[in-house]
Design a protein around this ligand. Structure first.
Ligand code: ARG
Length: 300
């Protein structure tokens, strides 16, 4: 049993790591929440990818790409739940961001409600609160003065272990880490995101299983990379070109890994570790700075 000091802790360097043996097991969800891209478009420039693509989405292509992604997830054995899209909410398709689901052993499923950086995305959150409430989840929040937390885009679970990786410095604030650790009762590893292009943790960090992770090193500082190498036995470093092709936004479902097509060396590395890569095309969503993982959320 972990002591409260360990459970509630934010890990910032190798000096304060919590050993693997002290991490609790975690209930892993086996369904995926998605939102059809009915109203998806690029309207403003909330990240480095959007500026050149305002008004540039091919709507028909986006619908086809999303349906193909949904089918690929279902074929991997994971049922897809749908949240209804709302007219005028162009980024709702990115269901990774609005909340962070979790469940304690013996406890009901809960979500930590996100505090989004941009007003255009803040207004999505109440619709997700409603969905999760209707599906039996407790809603919890970090205090308003922690300012920012972009849900599963910046908070990524260490597979089936009770350890949360949090990317800070672009969208999510450093201040949120201690609060997340307190609410979740798990250690939280703070990773500073140092490149504006990799503005969510899930753009450069994909947990494959409790031993393996895909990482783009250019998105992190030295301390962050040390922490990643401490906790994962297999650290697959992706190249800059694969990172720019959103390989770091891969989505692992058991031994299957779904990712944007065209990242040849990342696919080879996945194969070497006995994962099966499934390449899909998310080109229309990349115009908005998102790919596979951004369009999903694991739910109970
Ligand atoms: N246009 C969206 C934004 O800037 C893209 C979100 C991508 N989501 C993600 N989990 N990385 O907020």
């Amino acid at each position: 049993m972990m002591t409260p000091e360990i459970r509630f802790k934010t890990i910032t360097s190798l000096q304060d790591v919590v050993p693997h043996a002290s991490l609790a097991p975690r209930v892993v969800p086996r369904r995926v929440l998605m939102c059809p891209p009915t109203y998806f478009e690029v309207k403003d420039a909330n990240n480095a990818f959007m500026a050149d693509n305002i008004g540039g989405v091919d709507w028909d292509k986006a619908q086809q790409q999303w349906s193909k992604l949904k089918e690929t997830i279902e074929n991997c054995g994971f049922p897809v739940e749908i949240i209804e899209p709302i007219a005028g909410f162009e980024d709702m398709v990115f269901t990774a961001n609005q909340v962070l689901p979790f469940a304690k052993f013996g406890g009901e499923p809960s979500v930590i409600v996100g505090q989004m950086a941009f007003p255009t995305r803040q207004r999505e959150v109440p619709f997700f609160e409603k969905w999760f409430q209707a599906h039996g989840y407790n809603l919890l929040s970090i205090p308003a003065d922690c300012e920012r937390f972009e849900g599963g885009g910046d908070g990524i679970w260490h597979a089936d272990l009770g350890l949360l990786w949090v990317g800070v410095g672009q969208r999510t604030s450093e201040k949120s880490c201690d609060e997340l650790a307190r609410i979740l009762e798990v250690p939280v590893v703070k990773l500073k995101l140092v490149s504006p292009k990799f503005y969510h943790l899930d753009t450069a960090f994909a947990v494959l299983d409790s031993q393996s992770v895909l990482v783009y090193p250019g998105a992190f500082d030295r301390t962050g990379l040390e922490l990643i190498r401490f906790y994962f036995k297999n650290v697959v470093e992706i190249s800059e070109s694969d990172a720019n092709n959103f390989a770091g936004n891969a989505f692992a479902l058991d031994r299957n890994v779904i990712l944007q097509r065209g990242s040849i060396s990342t696919c080879e590395e996945l194969g070497r570790l006995q994962f099966v890569p499934h390449e899909v095309d998310t080109s229309e969503f990349m115009k908005s700075g998102g790919s596979v993982y951004c369009m999903t959320q694991m739910v109970y």
